[in-house]
Ligand binder design. Structure first.
Ligand code: AOF
Ligand code: ZN
Length: 399
């Protein structure tokens, strides 16, 4: 096999800049993409894809050149290289094809980090080459980084399901914080900040009814300028109190089992009248298992397909341990972020939770890729799905 040449240092620096720009966006269900126009070895314009429906990164970068250089811009562009973290798109979607914008601007050279896996948009590199543009990729290392920040996007295109990150804080004595009554915050302030960053970047939070009953959490994003995710509550028997804080605004979805809630028509109708979505899940095949009070044993794959269809490509699974362990068993968890705290919760072990917590820690350890300090805690990142690198470290490092 031909050995790939590592990219020259300036190529690497310009593409690294594209990756830093990319993660400033909130593009879901589109990918994170950043771009830089380089003239005479200097960046003269840069941009990123802010949000679905908004201009693509390449167009943003070219626009900055036009804004800064006015009538000189077309001359500059026709002698520049364009760096972009994703292969330029070759289709008319909500935005026009970037390949056309690049060809029209007569940009002679394009460097990109990863191929576009979207069957509708791919093929940009070939189209540009056909038009005489010198096109190359930035090398394996940068490709892996671009793929990592787009793991949920790649996963959704490949499987049709939303990507799931299981996030959990675990004490030194292997317990999870049980809510405001007993031990509200074992996590360091840095970890708590990271959690709100995670809630801002994922588009949905998923919890079991047990967590709602025990903690009555708001499940909002308390980060300046952050966005509240959709609250997905797994509640097979529709036990949720309609006054639960998680249902406070209508951005919520309750997952229950049709058969188990037949006699709760009024409650269902009431939730729907408040524009809370109700999703019916089936019992896992085999059906021998009794329905756990905490929502276990529902087949949750179809829920993840439904979420992908409504434009959600990343779900943060926040607990409790039994729902998390069930999702792991169904092989629906793609990544894990475990915040290991040096604090001790103490007291008796909840015997019902000890098994699921052990399961979670075992899977975390077996699939661990790296860990980063988060104040006095350590955040450990594990990859369980087919994506090669964890999504979150780039975002934590930016903090
Ligand atoms: C690029 N640059 O910055 C992005 C690209 O509906 P549209 O027109 O926005 O197209 C979305 C698709 O385009 C998306 O699924 C992905 O394949 C590609 N995204 N391409 O050249 C960008 N965000
Ligand atoms: Zn594009």
């Amino acid at each position: 096999m031909k050995k790939e040449k590592p990219p020259a240092a300036p190529d690497r620096n310009f593409m690294s800049r594209c990756l830093s720009l990319a993660i400033l966006g909130r593009p879901s269900p589109n990918p994170f993409v950043g771009s830089a126009v380089v003239f005479a070895n200097r960046i003269v314009g840069e941009g990123f894809h802010h949000a679905a429906g908004k201009p693509h990164a390449e167009v943003e970068a070219m626009r900055e050149v036009k804004r800064k250089y006015g009538t000189m811009a077309s001359h500059i562009l026709s002698s520049s290289a364009l760096y972009v973290s994703l292969e330029p798109c070759n289709h008319q979607g909500r935005q026009p094809p970037c390949t056309k914008a690049i060809i029209d601007a007569k940009i002679p050279r394009v460097v990109f980090a990863m191929k576009d896996p979207n069957p509708k948009a791919k093929g940009g590199a070939g189209a540009l080459r056909k038009a005489g543009v010198n096109v190359s990729m930035a090398g394996r290392e940068l490709e892996a980084k671009a793929k990592a920040i787009n793991a949920p996007f790649v996963h959704r295109i490949r499987t049709g399901r939303a990507y799931v990150t299981l996030k959990m804080a675990i004490s030194k004595d292997r317990k999870v914080a049980g809510g405001p009554k007993d031990s509200p915050y074992i996590s360091s302030p840095e970890s708590l900040r990271a959690v709100h960053l995670m809630r801002d970047k994922a588009q949905a939070i998923m919890v079991g009814i047990g967590t709602i009953k025990a903690d009555n959490p708001r499940l909002t994003c308390r980060m300046k300028g952050g966005h509240d995710p959709l609250r997905v509550i797994v509640d097979p028997r529709l036990e949720i109190d309609e006054k639960a804080r998680a249902l406070k605004n209508k951005n919520a979805l309750v997952v229950c089992m049709k058969k188990a809630v037949e006699r709760k028509r009024k409650k269902l109708a009431h939730l729907r009248s408040r524009r809370i979505e109700v999703f019916f899940a089936q019992k896992e095949s085999g059906g021998r298992l009794a329905l756990g009070e905490n929502g276990g044993h529902l087949a949750l794959g179809p829920l993840l397909s439904h979420l992908a269809q409504i434009g959600i490509d990343h779900v943060l699974l926040e607990g409790g341990p039994r729902l998390a362990s069930d999702m792991l068993r169904q092989r629906l968890v793609d990544e894990m972020v475990l915040f290991h705290s040096p604090k001790i919760i103490g007291g008796e072990n909840d015997r019902k939770l000890a098994g699921p917590i052990r399961h979670i820690m075992r899977e975390g350890r077996a699939n661990r890729r790296l860990s980063l300090p988060c104040g006095s805690d350590r955040a450990a990142f594990s990859v369980l799905g087919k994506e090669n690198a964890p999504f979150w470290p780039a975002f934590f490092a930016k903090e």
